[in-house]
Design a protein around this ligand. Structure first.
Ligand SMILES: Cc1cc2nc3c(=O)[nH]c(=O)nc-3n(C[C@H](O)[C@H](O)[C@H](O)COP(=O)(O)O)c2cc1C
Length: 364
């Protein structure tokens, strides 16, 4: 097995990355306009970070019904496609590569975002969490169980969003199938008690993802598609680890080998799951032997621990989230052992440039 360092190039199908450092998707709520389109400010933010081997954008809603956070950008309308062209041009001119994360939040939304409609979900089960609506924090609501027609529509919407992403000039897409959002809600029996072919056993609960991959590959090359999963999500968005969790992800990740994807993006646990029954605290170690393609790993890595995970052969790429917020030149800092700036959480989701594009790069 060839061992790589963080700073070695990486090949995703026909796409060459300059390093194995990936910017993880980060919602920043800066598409503060009526059409929820990416604008010049967003283009500047990604341009500043273009020295990453690969940028993955913030979650971007694939339809009007897919939204669940304030001022997140979409990728379903003509105006949104045009808006994203500013970003893809800026990143490519700076020599970077960029995928867009395709997102449907499912039940993690609120009628305040949906013109009074209820959020869509596999089953009518309230996640019982707090939702940040445009009108302040509110309790989540009982979602509407999706009909099969609505499931097929969501699959079609994802596929169209992939075509839109290509038109907007992205190098590829990442399907957001993690962190308790719509696709993850299908995987988990806590949010999916359907009696039809989309519920029940692992094969049925993961059916929507494979239908979606089949539809998406009609619209774009399979080696430009990544998938994000969070198998050890616990106490996140109303989901918990149960005895069904790992068998579902074992099935799903093994079946992912049928698709020569750009990458599979996995997260180590977001919360401490060591003492949680049926949990897997070491995701890369469990899934590296199962998944044959490019494996991207995330959550809590430093340059040092990232080097170690690559050196152990447990992953091919490492995605950094919060470190990229305050360090547009993260690659340079890591390469030269320079100190990292600390991000300010109070400006994560606020409109404007403050805490967004005003983190300086070090003089190089
Ligand atoms: C402000 C913020 C926004 C995030 N938005 C997204 C998102 O849109 N899509 C997603 O898959 N993960 C999102 N995440 C999770 C990150 O991609 C990443 O998994 C997390 O920050 C842990 O990685 P880190 O320890 O390197 O920061 C977000 C995290 C933060 C802090």
């Amino acid at each position: 097995m060839t061992k790589h360092t963080l700073f070695d190039p990486c090949q995703l199908g026909d796409l060459s990355l300059s390093s194995r450092i990936v910017m993880a998707p980060l919602t920043r709520g800066r598409a503060a306009n009526n059409e929820n389109k990416a604008n010049d400010l967003i283009a500047e933010y990604y341009r500043q970070r273009a020295t990453a081997g690969l940028l993955i954008t913030e979650g971007s809603q694939i339809s009007r019904r897919a939204v669940g956070y304030h001022n997140t950008p979409g990728i379903y309308s003509k105006a949104q496609i045009e808006g994203w062209k500013l970003t893809t041009r800026a990143v490519h001119q700076a020599g970077g590569k960029i995928f867009i994360q395709l997102w449907h939040v499912g039940r993690i939304s609120h009628p305040d975002y949906l013109q009074g409609l209820r959020p869509l979900a596999p089953s009518a089960i309230d996640p019982k969490i707090t939702i940040r609506t445009p009108n302040g924090k509110k309790p989540s609501v009982l979602p509407q169980e999706m009909t099969q027609l609505e499931i097929h529509q969501v699959v079609a919407d994802f596929a169209q969003a992939g075509a839109n992403a290509m038109e907007a000039g992205f190098d590829g897409v990442e399907i957001h199938a993690s962190n308790g959002y719509l696709l993850h809600q299908f995987f988990a029996p806590a949010s999916n008690i359907r009696m039809d072919e989309y519920g029940g056993n692992p094969e049925n609960r993961s059916r929507i993802l494979f239908e979606l991959l089949d539809a998406l590959t009609q619209k774009m090359p399979v080696n430009r598609i990544g998938v994000r999963l969070n198998p050890s999500a616990h106490e996140i968005q109303g989901l918990n680890i149960t005895k069904d969790t790992l068998p579902t992800f074992d099935y799903l990740i093994d079946r992912m080998n049928d698709y020569p994807l750009a990458f599979l993006h996995l997260s180590e646990p977001y919360t401490n799951v060591k003492d949680v029954p049926h949990s897997e605290p070491e995701i890369a170690r469990r899934y590296r032997p199962i998944y044959k393609g490019n494996l991207m790993i995330n959550r809590g890595f430093t340059a040092e621990t990232a080097m170690k995970v690559l050196d152990e052969g447990l992953a091919d790429l490492v995605a950094f989230g919060v470190p990229f917020i305050a360090n547009p030149d993260l690659v340079y800092r890591m390469q030269n052992n320079l100190p990292l700036a600390i991000a300010e959480p109070s400006t994560y989701y606020t409109p404007g440039a403050a805490g967004y594009t005003d983190y300086p790069a070090l003089d190089q």
